[in-house]
Design a binder for this molecule. Structure first.
Ligand code: GLN
Length: 558
């Protein structure tokens, strides 16, 4: 049987950046998924980097890694969490990757002497990426979000490509959504529609009339404003959709369902509007919004105050907290402030748990090691992620295994006790982009370990992004000193999880579990941390039971 044609939904943004287009795209994805459709979401990023892997988290926030090892925009994390579907390298396309491909073709002579131009060569390349995602991923709906704001020079080839795409695949198969800001002016007490009018004008100038307007607003839009927006943007009044700020991110799909976003999309695409099954999602939101307990978790890193740099870690903590009937208050700890054990104690003593997330470079490392020593010696629940695990091994080597000069070759290339070192296949690597150990790898768990208990299975698949590994030359010394290696690669050559006995929760992984936590299917390692944190905060109570949240589709980690 022929697959029904994919329907395409293009999302642009206007007025300001950081509008939350990604959340709108992800929410619409959830609403269509809840109606039983297969959904995929593609993000176009108009910058010239080939991928965000080489960009500083200060500039770009977290680099999100897919199963197939693509280093992508953090919006892909939102997409995966909302549509509960693992995405691929096809789901993130940057201008840099498009130009790289066009220029490589030109050098190979593929264009047969033609003058290579933005139109048609760059736009064709973009359209090909949309077709490729549709053909290979075969969704019923492919939602394409164009990064940036309408009017940006660098976004123009993408806008022109999707304008042409509508013509190529037919009007009935495409829907354009423009997400815009409708600000409230406190001084005049009014909601202003003019910026949105201008933004739609800018979109029309490049040949696109939006079908649907999604209006980000902090106050409820009155009927007058809605009609005014419709009239001056040529959008059906029914298709002017209010998107009010919500306390909890995961409420946005529910709010947009009430406003009729999915209904309007489906009407325009000629697809029947069935009743969505949002019951499980609603229960998850309830658990997230109304817990009875509260714990305080520290995140010790160097990008403190820049929550986008640790977005998936924060979301994973929230998901896991809900399963033990708790909310989570975050405390940002700049590891550079943890200069000695007194300073570290002063910063950590009010915590119920601590996370050391991933990172690169030497700055702040000694502080992280102090944090880990404090957590280890004071029974404070600890979860180390990638760099966090490497630091935990250095700490254990220095203070327990008597390897007092232990270090990572990343921080001290000439250390004589490199307990963390480069893998052989990384030694020759010169290029920075896309060359780390990236994407999903299997990991075998050791029976009766904490890791095995929380995962409840023997083999797991987890996502990696690092160059360095625990050095096998020191493995036996560390094990003899009491370090438990509870997860390894199938050939046992790579250490993937470490943990400690006689500690409520001291677990660290070489991989990044945060990329696989979903609101309705939180990650076992984060659940373990949060259960221990609740026990730390409420020591009188029974060990909290980790209640599985209702899962729409329990995806297979292994
Ligand atoms: N810098 C370390 C490495 O490259 C850890 C990387 C990370 O935390 N993602 O191995």
């Amino acid at each position: 049987m022929m697959r029904p044609v994919t329907k395409y939904i293009f999302i642009t943004g206007g007025v300001v950046s950081s509008l939350g287009k990604g959340i709108v795209a992800a929410s619409l994805g959830r609403l269509l998924r809840s109606r039983g459709y297969k959904v995929s979401i593609q993000k176009f990023d108009p910058y010239i980097n080939v991928d965000p892997g080489t960009m500083s988290p200060f500039q770009h926030g977290e680099v999100y890694v897919t199963n197939d090892g693509a280093e992508t925009d953090l919006d892909l994390g939102h997409y995966e969490r909302f549509i509960d579907t693992s995405l691929t390298s096809l789901n993130n396309v940057t201008a840099g990757s498009i130009y790289l491909s066009v220029i490589s073709k030109e050098r190979r002579g593929d264009y047969l002497g033609a003058t290579v131009q933005t139109i048609p060569h760059v736009t064709d390349e973009i359209k090909n990426k949309i077709h490729e995602a549709a053909n290979k991923l075969a969704p019923d709906f492919l939602i394409c979000e164009i990064g940036g704001t309408i009017g940006d020079i660098e976004g123009l080839p993408f806008v022109e490509a999707v304008r042409q795409f509508r013509y190529d695949v037919g009007f009935k198969n495409t829907c354009f959504i423009h997400v815009t800001l409708v600000p409230y002016l406190k001084t005049s007490g009014e909601v202003k529609t003019k910026p949105s009018q201008h933004s739609v004008n800018a979109l029309r100038n490049v040949g696109i009339q939006p079908d649907i307007l999604v209006c980000r607003t902090e106050t409820i839009l009155g009927e007058n404003e809605r009609l005014k927006l419709a009239q001056f943007t040529n959008v059906d009044p029914e298709a002017v959709i209010q998107c009010l700020d919500q306390d909890c991110l995961y409420e946005v799909p529910l709010a947009l369902e009430k406003e009729g976003l999915a209904r309007e999309v489906l009407v325009r695409l000629g697809v029947e509007n069935t009743t969505p099954n949002l019951e499980a999602w609603k229960k998850t939101v309830e658990c997230l919004k109304h817990p009875s307990k509260k714990v305080k978790i520290g995140i010790a890193g160097k990008y403190t105050g820049l929550s986008d740099a640790y977005l998936s870690v924060i979301e994973s903590l929230k998901h896991a907290a809900a399963t033990v009937d708790s909310s989570v208050e975050l405390k940002w700890i700049n590891s550079e402030d943890c200069v000695d054990m007194d300073a570290t104690e002063a910063l950590l003593q009010d915590l119920d748990g601590i996370v050391i997330p991933g990172g690169f470079g030497y700055r702040g490392i000694e502080g992280k090691i102090n944090v880990i020593q404090y957590a280890r010696e004071n029974q404070l629940p600890f979860l180390g992620l990638c760099l966090g695990m490497q630091c935990a091994v250095i700490e254990y080597a220095r203070h327990v295994a008597q390897l007092t000069r232990a270090n990572s070759a990343e921080f001290d290339p000439i250390t004589d006790q490199p307990v963390v070192a480069l893998m052989d296949d990384q030694k020759e690597v010169m290029e920075k982009g896309g060359t780390m150990r990236l994407g999903q790898y299997p990991c075998h768990l050791v029976k009766n370990s904490k890791a095995h208990t929380v995962y409840g299975t023997d083999v797991i698949m987890e996502r990696h992004r690092h160059r360095y590994e625990i050095n096998n030359d020191y493995r036996q010394i560390l094990v003899d000193a009491g370090l438990v290696i509870s997860g390894t690669s199938p050939d046992r050559k790579l250490v993937e999880i470490i943990e400690l006995e006689n500690h409520p929760w001291f677990v660290a992984s070489q991989f990044h579990p945060e990329f696989q936590s979903r609101p309705d299917n939180p990650h076992p390692l984060f659940k373990g941390l949060l259960a221990a944190a609740v026990k730390h905060h409420y020591p009188q109570e029974e060990t909290p039971e980790i209640t599985p949240l209702p899962s729409l589709e329990s995806y297979n980690r292994s």
